[in-house]
Design a protein around this ligand. Structure first.
Ligand SMILES: Nc1ncnc2c1ncn2[C@@H]1O[C@H](COP(=O)(O)OP(=O)(O)OP(=O)(O)O)[C@@H](O)[C@H]1O
Ligand SMILES: [Mg+2]
Length: 286
């Protein structure tokens, strides 16, 4: 009896070990494949730039040097060629930024989130001084993260908030923090950027983080749809998660955490319970 039990236990242990090895091996393979794919995306994007510069440059030369020989229709076509080439250039730049977000080395520092946000909001205000902005930035928010990557996150979130409030008399943009109870390890903090803009339909909330997916047309609001995909990649690198809440015509909120993974596994559980409690859409994957 005792022997049979021991034998069963031994079997179980072997299976467990084998499973662990398998998972580790698959993870290694997946990481390598991901890295390769990123390197590929990077080099393709990079190589596409040169011919694109040619298209844009020669269209411009035609427009300028042959303007007497072209009628208005011909000039119109060339302008459209240029506009399309420039849009493609923007897409390539955005793809490169996305790729860079996961390729660069990280240097972790304590960063003042509010100060960084204020700088970005000031820059946005300068770009459109005619717009009214009411900014509410919570003080003393320090986050351990890579400075450049965290700035990219905030640039995207605040940039979106600014863009999607263009339809409001006064844009109200808030950077805040939400404490989440969290077992023995102290509270888990979720930071958020909230706006009173166009909002979006929650049915498609998980699409927001997929590259090139947009819930608004470029006529309504310009953009390529790569910003939140970049944000998600960075937040995952920083060991956190990101999710969004919104309502059509009633504003949007994007939440993120940082460094959850480094704090132990039960932080994930805590975040999960909060997410389900408030029915927020969790958009991170492990
Ligand atoms: N604050 C927000 N309010 C309303 N909708 C938003 C907000 N932020 C993002 N979205 C929706 O999510 C989509 C994806 O956002 P994302 O930042 O990835 O792309 P984008 O802003 O359209 O373009 P890009 O960031 O590449 O310039 C947006 O097109 C929009 O439909
Ligand atoms: Mg954006």
């Amino acid at each position: 009896m005792e022997q049979a039990r021991r034998q069963a236990e031994e079997e179980l242990r072997k299976h467990r070990e084998h499973l662990k090895e398998l998972v580790e091996e698959r993870t290694r393979e997946l990481k390598a494949a991901n890295k390769e794919l990123d390197a590929f995306a990077y080099s393709v994007s990079h190589d596409l730039r040169a011919p694109l510069r040619g298209i844009d440059g020669f269209s411009m030369a035609l427009l300028e040097d042959y303007q007497d020989q072209l009628d208005e229709e011909g000039k119109g076509y060339l302008r459209r060629v240029r506009a399309a080439a420039q849009r493609m250039g923007q897409l390539i730049d955005d793809l490169l930024a996305l790729s860079r977000a996961i390729r660069t080395d990280m240097l972790l520092e304590d960063i003042d989130l509010g100060k960084t946000a204020q700088t970005i909001l000031d820059e946005l205000r300068e770009q459109a001084p005619e717009r009214a902005l009411e900014a509410k930035v919570a003080p003393d928010l320090f986050v351990r993260a890579d400075r450049r990557l965290l700035r990219t996150v905030l640039e995207n979130l605040l940039g979106n908030a600014w863009k999607f409030t263009a339809c409001r008399d006064t844009a109200v943009i808030e950077l805040g923090v939400l404490d989440v109870e969290h077992g023995e390890q102290g509270p888990l903090r979720a930071y958020y950027v909230r706006d009173n803009g166009a909002g979006f339909d929650m049915t498609y909330a998980d699409k927001l983080f997929t590259p090139f997916q947009r819930l608004h047309t470029t006529e309504e609001f310009p953009g390529t749809g790569i910003g939140l995909a970049t944000v998600q990649r960075i937040i995952h690198r920083l060991g956190g998660r990101v999710w969004a809440e919104g309502k059509v015509d009633a504003g949007a909120t994007v939440y993120f955490t940082v460094g959850e993974k480094a704090r132990g596994s039960d932080s994930r559980e805590a975040a999960r319970s909060v997410l389900s409690r408030t029915q927020r859409k969790d958009n991170a994957h492990a």
